[in-house]
Design a protein around this ligand. Structure first.
Ligand SMILES: [Zn+2]
Length: 410
């Protein structure tokens, strides 16, 4: 019998093959209830488009040897970039998640989109060279940025810590440069996606909070980012806190924002005001790891401020996991202790009884891991594949732009 709601489309068959639920034509027929001729037709579509290969032979207990259906994820490459305010992490992976080459670089988003995207494209090309792979093997580009993004257009929306990026066609420009579809999302969304898929695959609700130069959250529900109607979901850094200690102005122009008091940039500034040299969240991490007591107290208070803001989200959603990432997750447990204190104090036990509050396990690789999942979802989901095979552009699959030429990264 066909699965409930299944149309037995080529895209759905690809999902069965990708997930490993079926490995032969016979299993495919049995699981979907499709006829032999329909299975032959669908597989012909998928193999001629390069989605599926039939490899090797498996000798069954009865009947003829069966070809093994394979998605061949090793031959489909993804270029991923996680752009932070002051540094970036880039990776070349295959669709299955094997990292082929990666790079971390100091790169300020304040330099503006033209400079940053050129640097990213250059590094992408270097990663391909290092791994000995060809640009033509790349199926998609995924990029996370530290601000709200209109996912459908691939453009940032009024990002407070990214001057010059508002409405810039980030996805379109990267797609044109690399010659494959590109997808742009908020960095916390991608980090949450990476963490959820890699570390908490059975969990249906995960809240990820990135605390770096700014503060942003990503909500992963049912395995997918919840972006909100305008890409603003999770933009919690500019919620006004109840008792701001001063009238410090935030990067967004307002005063009393959570980010103006509890972000890595805010804490570095508070340290500098006390005569302890610190310019960024990275400096803060270095000081804490060196055992300096003053930043430890500041970080714990910052954790409490975040916990106060998150209490409503936790009461509203009753998530299973709250992951803190970004540089602040590298401050040992001090930040998390503050978060827990405020959350337990402000919510009923039922909201936090089963809540795991933890630091990111993927660390600075969370964003690129999420970007890889995003690209694979967008390129190989049943919907996207069916749209491509029937010649209709999928809602979220952008056109590839111009082909790769000799000027890429030059
Ligand atoms: Zn603000």
């Amino acid at each position: 019998m066909p699965r409930t709601g299944s149309t037995g489309s080529a895209g759905e068959i690809l999902e069965l093959v990708r997930s490993g639920r079926v490995t032969t034509r016979r299993e495919l027929r049995e699981l979907t209830g499709l006829s032999r001729s329909t299975v032959t037709l669908r597989l012909a579509e998928l193999t001629s488009a390069g989605y599926v290969r039939e490899v090797g032979q498996r000798v069954g207990t009865t009947g003829r040897p069966a070809g093994i259906l394979s998605f061949d994820e090793a031959s489909k490459l993804v270029l991923a970039a996680d752009l932070g305010a002051t540094h970036a992490h880039l990776a070349l992976t295959d669709a299955g998640g094997r990292t082929l080459a990666e790079a971390s670089l100091e790169l300020s988003v304040q330099a503006g989109p033209e400079v940053v995207l050129k640097a990213v494209a250059r590094r992408f090309r270097e990663l391909l060279k290092i791994a000995g792979r060809a640009p033509g093997e790349v199926v998609g580009v995924g990029v996370g940025v530290p601000g709200p993004v209109d996912f459908a257009t691939g453009r940032p929306v009024q990002p407070p810590i990214m001057p010059g990026w508002h409405d810039y066609p980030v996805a379109a420009e990267l797609a044109a440069t690399v010659g494959v579809p590109a997808f742009v999302d908020n960095d916390a969304n991608l980090m949450g996606l990476g963490e959820a898929r890699s570390r908490y695959p059975g969990v249906t609700s995960l809240l990820f909070v990135k605390v770096g130069t700014g503060i942003g959250a990503g909500l992963i529900l049912g395995g997918r980012p919840e972006r909100g109607v305008a890409g603003g979901a999770g933009d919690i850094g500019h919620i006004r806190i109840a008792h701001p200690v001063d009238g410090r102005r935030c990067a967004c122009g307002a005063t009393g924002c959570l980010a103006a008091h509890a972000s890595g940039a805010a804490l570095a500034r508070q340290l500098a005001e006390r005569g302890i040299p610190a310019e960024s969240s990275r400096d803060l991490v270095r000081l804490i790891r060196a055992g300096n007591p003053e930043p430890v107290a500041l970080v714990r208070t910052a954790g409490q401020l975040l916990g106060e803001v998150l209490a409503t989200a936790v009461a509203l959603l009753n998530p299973a996991v709250l992951v803190v990432g970004g540089d602040m997750s590298l401050t040992h447990e001090h930040f998390l202790v503050g978060v827990r204190e405020a959350l337990y104090e402000r919510t009923v036990p039922l909201a936090t009884r089963d809540l795991l509050i933890t630091a990111s396990q993927l660390g600075d690789r969370a964003g690129v891991e999420g970007a890889r999942h995003l690209v694979v979802d967008q390129m190989f989901s049943a919907e996207a594949v069916d749209a491509r095979l029937t010649g209709e552009p999928a809602e979220t699959a952008r056109s590839a732009g111009s082909a790769v030429d000799g000027t890429w990264g030059a």
